[in-house]
Write a protein that binds this ligand. Structure first.
Ligand code: AMP
Ligand code: ZN
Ligand code: FE
Ligand code: FE
Length: 279
């Protein structure tokens, strides 16, 4: 069983529609895929239909943005109730704050490079959770760079000159929101230092005390050493270990299925979640 539990569609900053993503997952030889768009479940219905059509398992989820002071943290939520008001409203507020932030970043970048808010809107699918990748696409279209990737090392870098935080729950609040919504909280790329600072092991232990279920150990932004450290931490805290591609379509180099989660771990996630896995 090949299971990839972290991907993005055009409902956030991926480049494939939810249905195209599910079909691509099937064509990549996966038996199951999780759709985890940033701060939204808007793709769940379309992905469900596609998963039933191609006969692949679909784990419905989201990647919940968290802000711990200046530190941005991502928490995967699997199988929560999408109608749960506190989690749904919190993600809606984060999407609104993301839009204010993207407008402000665009204003600042537009002083130094050719970029307007209309350009960014033109590269953001209607209703999508907006993020730096959409700003990157607009900059590429305006000839500032040739690929999204290059811009994340410069203009759009974490803690770069134009990086502005947005409002989101703390990681501790997010773990509680996800649990209350019947979801299964798994910390995304917990040691990915190349994205900037990360939570300390003590802070992760605090999240485990609050009910965190797993750590996404196998992720391309982790070095072999970081994977070992996170695997050891998961063992000592009694957390599940997951792996995933964090696929974004053509927007990133990540390939579907490049990291996987075991069927035993999915079974434990499924036993804890309020929403069924689609099969
Ligand atoms: P934001 O949500 O606005 O903070 O932007 C972060 C998003 O940008 C994450 O979902 C990443 O997957 C994406 N991202 C980060 N680094 C890169 C990169 N080097 N190339 C393409 N996308 C990236
Ligand atoms: Zn993303
Ligand atoms: Fe992430
Ligand atoms: Fe992601």
């Amino acid at each position: 069983m090949r299971l990839d539990l972290h991907t993005h569609s055009t409902c956030s900053d991926g480049t494939l529609s939810p249905a195209a993503l599910v079909r691509a997952a099937s064509e990549a030889g996966l038996d199951g895929v999780a759709l985890t768009d940033h701060d939204t479940t808007a793709g769940w219905a379309e992905a469900t239909e596609a998963a039933l059509a191609v006969g692949i398992a679909l784990v419905r989820g989201a990647e919940v943005s968290c802000q711990d002071g200046a530190l941005g943290v991502h928490l995967l939520s699997y199988l929560h109730d999408p109608e749960d008001a506190p989690l749904r409203d919190s993600m809606a507020a984060a999407r609104t704050s993301r839009e204010h932030r993207a407008r402000r970043m665009t204003e600042l970048i537009g002083r130094d490079y050719p970029l307007t808010w209309a350009d960014v809107v033109a590269h953001t699918p209607p209703g999508a959770t907006v993020g730096r990748p959409h700003i990157a696409d607009a900059l590429v279209a305006n000839g500032v760079a040739t690929h999204r990737d290059a811009l994340f090392a410069t203009i759009l870098a974490n803690d770069g000159p134009y990086d502005i935080p947005y409002q989101a729950p703390t990681s501790l609040e997010a773990v509680r929101l996800v649990l209350a919504a019947g979801g299964v909280p798994v910390l995304a790329h917990p040691a990915a230092g190349r994205r900037g600072a990360t939570l300390t092991e003590e802070e992760i232990a605090g999240l485990a005390d609050a009910g965190l279920v797993g750590l996404e150990v196998d992720h391309r932004d982790h070095t072999p050493q970081q994977r070992r450290r996170m695997r050891d931490l998961a063992r000592s805290l009694g957390l599940l270990v997951t792996g995933a591609s964090d696929f974004h379509g053509t927007g990133k180099k990540n390939e579907l299925g490049e990291n996987l989660t075991s069927p035993e771990v999915l079974a434990q996630i499924e036993a804890l979640g309020r929403t069924a896995v689609v099969r």
